[in-house]
Design a binder for this molecule. Sequence first.
Ligand code: ADP
Ligand code: MG
Length: 319
Amino acid sequence: MIKVRNLTKTYVRNKALDNISFTLEEGDILGFLGPNGAGKSTTMNIITGYLSGDEGTVEIDGTDIMEAPEKAKKKIGYLPEQPPLYNDMTVGKYLEFMFRLKKVRLPMKEHIDKICEMVKISDVKGRIIKHLSKGYRQRVGLAQALIGDPPVLILDEPTVGLDPQQIIEIRKLIRELGKEHTIILSSHVLSEVQAVCDKIVIINHGKIAARGLTQEMTRTGGSTNRLDLIIEGRKTAVLSLLKKIDGVTEVTEKGESEKGCYEYTVTSTRDIRRLVFRAVAKTDFNILSMEPVGVSLEDTYLDIISGKTEEESENVGNI
Ligand code: ADP
Ligand code: MG
């Protein structure tokens, strides 16, 4: 549905995007995750045809955005970082204005009423936009993006500046829209992307740093393993025992959990659960708890934005 190939963009001396590629199938909700300045808005502006890249191509449902911008743009609803709202218009008049601007060929009143119901702004249609709360204004921005029934929605940080209740409501709305649309949503907040999206692309300094299915990226495991243990027995002896196990790279002791029992976190290059069990069973110490922790997506994201991981190690998957 959306094919982005080798996008590169330089602003004067600043390389904002460096060889960005990803593909979305129909119905995907992609979280475009990265810290401020990573290049999210630049990418979205290029995908939606509001900015041209220096190199690379964007195809929306088979139509190249640079070769046939009118046709491609009809398939996209865009909610930019700063929604293009006319503050002195009423919500209703503004949506009619956008309807005409987009040259939509649908029955106007019916179409606008349907959208207002969907994003729950029917009750404020007669209100002047500048008098609305930020949450409502964001909904009006979404309504504007939905005019013309585009199959693709591009939403740039749709929950920035909203209060927690409004954030919950907008997320719910986006998930609902995801049933009928292909969506790219940008955010600098990992939990947001995890809550709403089924695929994630992490971008940093204009490059893709990681990508995958949310479920897989979130799941425990990967190349590094972590075990949380509670072992009954002398601390120094247990520590040296754990450190000797093949594959263990780090052992930290986290304190006494009950009398004579200590908690440990063991990092290893592979699954060492069986080795730990056998090693401890040979002594008179006892394992009271063993829990694989794995590496969380949060750790991965923090490593990326702190510069520990620069670029994705290999170009995997189809996203
Ligand atoms: P994000 O949306 O992830 O915060 P942006 O795409 O807005 O990132 O910005 C990416 C980089 O490009 C940043 O370093 C930013 O300062 C720079 N940039 C963005 N817009 C412009 C512009 N119009 N002129 C010059 N530099 C820009
Ligand atoms: Mg941005």
